[in-house]
Design a protein around this ligand. Sequence first.
Ligand code: SAM
Length: 409
Amino acid sequence: MGKSGKKSKAAQRQRRARLPTGSVGEHGDAADSLPSSAYDLPEGQEESRGEAEGEQVEEDGSGNGDAVVVGKAKEMEPLSLSKFDLYQKSVQSPKGDISYLQKFFLMYVGERRPLHLQEDFCGTALLSSEWLRSDTRRTAIGLDLDLEALKWCLENNICKVGYDGYSRISLFHGNVLHPGRANLVKHMVQDPLRVSGLNKQNEHVDAGQLTTRAVHGILTCSTMEDATLPPRDIICAFNYSCCCLQKRPDLVNYFKQALAALSKKGGIFVMDLYGGTSSERQLQLQRKFTNFTYVWEQAEFDIINRRTRISLHFHLGKKRVLRNAFSYDWRLWSLSEIRDCLEEAGFQSVHFWMREMPNTEDASEVEEYNAKSDVKYEELSSFRQQDAWNAYVVGVTNLLSTRVGQKRD
Ligand SMILES: C[S@@+](CC[C@H](N)C(=O)[O-])C[C@H]1O[C@@H](n2cnc3c(N)ncnc32)[C@H](O)[C@@H]1O
């Protein structure tokens, strides 16, 4: 592949990368004020890319988060970024997301500051880490199936929060469909007493706790249902993560779990979704960074089951590629399906915040759109189909009665 393109069909057009939730810019840069998916550089600045002849390709996908060093060390300087680093730099923009979360909370709940966040499908929990950084009273809970990502978060994100970061975050390893069974994952150095109680096999039963196990310097202990956690003001599921749930009953069940964890004083559930005609066909998009290129690859779209396969690749130099660093088998839910499921789960109101994205077919439009990179989301009750759009969907609960009869799994 490359600009000359081994796949030259229109459906294989290479444009700027769709960025799962994050936005135009590496987290921490000025572009953070724009939180959602965006497209990036003008066409002319894209680098040639793909599996050119002689290119060294590393298949990852299931790999750990250790440094990715591919290519011939003698010929080129190795890039010592893990796939999680690359992902965070390419895809996420936590400050922008947080500013919208705060805005939604104030609009729909109000009367207090949101302090307690739960980030479902959290991956490396970058958003939670940023949440903690921005106010010392804040707490965060992260939940994900990927233990490597959680471990990487503890070692690389939480350590940057400050001295009390570890005490204000609880990361759980488990399924959002059964959050009560998810295991708390802790950093060993965080809890010297428990660490000193480990036997040679690194196994030990702690008073009042379930089995504690050391995994590569990380302890997994306790479960979410055993833990004492504050009621959540906000629960979020970003980067289209709800598309990981493919059955309607699972989606409704997940929304019920989220509702049950929200504060009785009122709270919000916020997720994001992408769509548009460009989302229902084969597509390849890319975005260039200083020392790597991020590629979003969309496989053919199955319109009966609304299934799509997304693969994220990183090109680390002219001859170095990390293919399938992340792959997702998604059901691309429609906005109305999401609303119906949230209402069925018991949310009192559902709000859509929409943003039109640059047209993937027309580079000049992309450039024009980039010039207006301060375009914000707006709350809408109807929206005409576009080539590409992004949405925040906000489910609101603010009555005690909505919680009656609901119990966490
Ligand atoms: C698209 S990534 C999003 C990561 C992160 N939220 C972000 O904003 O970039 C989806 C994440 O969901 C996790 N995941 C998928 N299905 C899950 C489930 N049923 N329960 C918990 N986590 C799940 C994956 O391990 C992955 O980390």
